[in-house]
Ligand binder design. Structure first.
Ligand SMILES: NC(=O)c1ccc[n+]([C@@H]2O[C@H](COP(=O)([O-])OP(=O)(O)OC[C@H]3O[C@@H](n4cnc5c(N)ncnc54)[C@H](O)[C@@H]3O)[C@@H](O)[C@H]2O)c1
Length: 275
């Protein structure tokens, strides 16, 4: 396996491209939005600089990783991929379309993985003619720093696909945890309702946003408060996960998404961020 195709260059796709490029793979990072690709390239570069300045990468490793990363708006550039990881917007129909198109483009033996937070992998697999080679690879945010990757086996995923994906995850310096294909898998099944409850607490005026975050940090030893974490994940992504899981999203969460306050990526969510 030499070349990895990454589809979607947002928060997650850029991080996934970075860890693949750092692990020595040639990467094609594809997005429909040219501006987003430029942002992704700059953010990978700056993240690699930071890791090198902290001594976590040598300057040679940093430079090689940058050389390994190629950005493109041409879907056909993904053709030479030996493994694909999709990290486009969390919308079921969009993902099904991307998988159908990838299925027609790449070699028959290529495994197609989705970083979806909540969409059933079995449904995505059904959009292709290679359902045995479809799997979930749910990376955590921020990808370069977080160790866990939830590996989701669709009903149709073969043992060989599972084995290759576990090996790749380890090559990327991550620890895989295999889970069954159910809405929200394991991490978001637990995390998303918790974040939603934090928004409900704010909406009901139980405490200020700062105090809700502080209480969970010093009361539960969370490294980050739930409202800060929701901003970090993206409020649109949080909302979509809750909907897919059949949970009732907080009215405040819905309102903020409708207003385009999506968290860090748009500069404003529960908090304001310089972008
Ligand atoms: N944000 C998180 O904390 C987190 C964590 C784990 C998994 N995920 C999942 O990762 C995926 C991406 O999430 P994100 O937070 O990076 O979202 P994002 O909004 O930051 O990025 C999504 C990207 O997909 C691109 N895109 C849209 N349509 C496309 C298409 N047809 N082809 C290629 N690219 C397309 C958009 O231009 C955008 O750059 C989602 O499935 C999400 O559920 C997110």
């Amino acid at each position: 396996m030499k070349t990895i195709g990454v589809i979607g260059s947002g928060i997650m796709g850029s991080g996934i491209a970075q860890v693949c490029a750092t692990a020595g793979f040639k990467v094609w990072l594809y997005d429909v939005a040219q501006e987003q690709l430029k942002k992704a390239h700059a953010s990978v570069q700056s993240s690699l600089e930071k890791l090198a300045s902290k001594g976590k990468l040598t300057t040679a490793q940093r430079d090689q990783a940058i050389r390994n990363l190629n950005i493109t708006t041409q879907f056909s550039d993904l053709k030479e991929s030996d493994f694909c990881i999709e990290a486009a917007t969390e919308k079921k129909e969009l993902k099904k379309k991307i998988f159908k198109n990838l299925d027609s483009l790449v070699k028959a033996e290529v495994i197609l993985a989705s970083n979806t937070s909540s969409i059933p992998i079995t449904e995505i697999a059904a959009a292709t003619k290679r359902p045995d080679k479809i799997i979930g690879m749910h990376f955590m945010n921020p990808v370069p720093l977080m160790e866990c990757v939830e590996i989701i086996r669709a009903k149709t995923t073969s043992d060989a696909t599972h084995k290759t994906t576990l090996e790749l995850t380890k090559k990327l310096g991550k620890t895989p945890v295999t889970v069954k294909d159910a809405p929200g898998f394991v991490i978001n099944r637990i995390l998303a309702p918790m974040l939603n409850e934090a928004v409900n607490c704010l909406e009901e005026g139980l405490a200020t946003k700062e105090d809700i975050d502080l209480a969970m940090k010093i009361g539960c030893n969370f490294p980050m408060g739930p409202l800060s974490l929701a901003d970090f994940v993206g409020l649109d992504t949080c909302l979509y996960i809750l909907e897919v899981m059949g949970r009732k999203p907080s009215e405040l969460l819905k309102k903020m998404v409708a207003e385009g306050k999506l968290g860090r990526k748009t500069g404003e969510g529960f908090y304001k961020y310089g972008i």
